[in-house]
Design a protein around this ligand. Structure first.
Ligand code: AMP
Length: 193
């Protein structure tokens, strides 16, 4: 991995730990020599990740659609800002520019970006490691849902395990660096035993 896309909230959340961890993630990615790719905003956790990486001298590429590029939203201090015509183009560009994915707490937008990348991985369209930074248990309920999908026969365990979880930035990066993508069909068939 040399370039990591970060999906996260355009809000900051109520608890200070979210902003602190997002900024710390940016710091650590720059220190480990990763290029950061993200949605190009200066607001919310998005801005905190970018600032964290830039403050440590890291490269940060923002990808934002023209219609979101208002003065209030766009981070003007990035290494590079790429403008796209649509949200779909934006996601494709972030995909093309990255070889690993980290998701921090966020809302629908964050979930949509993460799940699309996850389903592309499930279909074998990429082999990127995907890590959920589980700050303060934010994604515990997603873990429970994923396990229910497995126990109810809608998701294979190997595919479930594509999504890596940790509450520690260092541990998550270690898990991602050692990740090997599964080579299994995604469809679950009825148990015969
Ligand atoms: P949110 O998690 O809702 O704060 O959104 C975080 C990121 O997702 C921001 O970069 C938003 O521009 C983006 N986003 C919001 N809604 C959507 C959507 N429907 N499809 C794709 N990305 C979105």
């Amino acid at each position: 991995m040399t370039s990591i896309v970060v999906f996260c909230g355009s809000s900051e959340g109520y608890q200070e730990c979210h902003r602190e961890t997002a900024y710390g993630l940016g710091n650590m990615l720059a220190e480990r020599g990763y290029r950061v790719v993200y949605g190009g905003a200066k607001i919310g956790l998005m801005g905190a990740v970018a600032d964290g990486a830039l403050d440590k001298g890291g490269d940060v590429i923002g990808v934002i659609p023209h219609f979101l590029r208002t003065k209030e939203v766009t981070h003007e201090g990035l290494t590079e800002l790429i403008l796209t015509n649509t949200m779909h183009e934006r996601k494709l560009k972030m995909h093309e520019l990255s070889d690993g994915v980290i998701t921090l707490p966020g809302g629908w937008g964050t979930m949509e970006e993460m799940f699309e990348m996850l389903t592309w991985g499930q279909l074998g369209l990429h082999q990127k490691p995907m890590g959920m930074l589980n700050i303060n248990g934010y994604y515990d309920s997603l873990k429970v849902l994923a396990d229910t999908m497995v126990s109810e026969g809608f998701l294979k365990q190997e595919i479930r395990d594509m999504l890596l979880f940790s509450d520690s930035i260092e541990e998550l990066l270690d898990l991602m660096e050692n990740y090997v993508a599964p080579d299994v069909p995604q469809w679950v068939t009825k148990r015969t035993t």
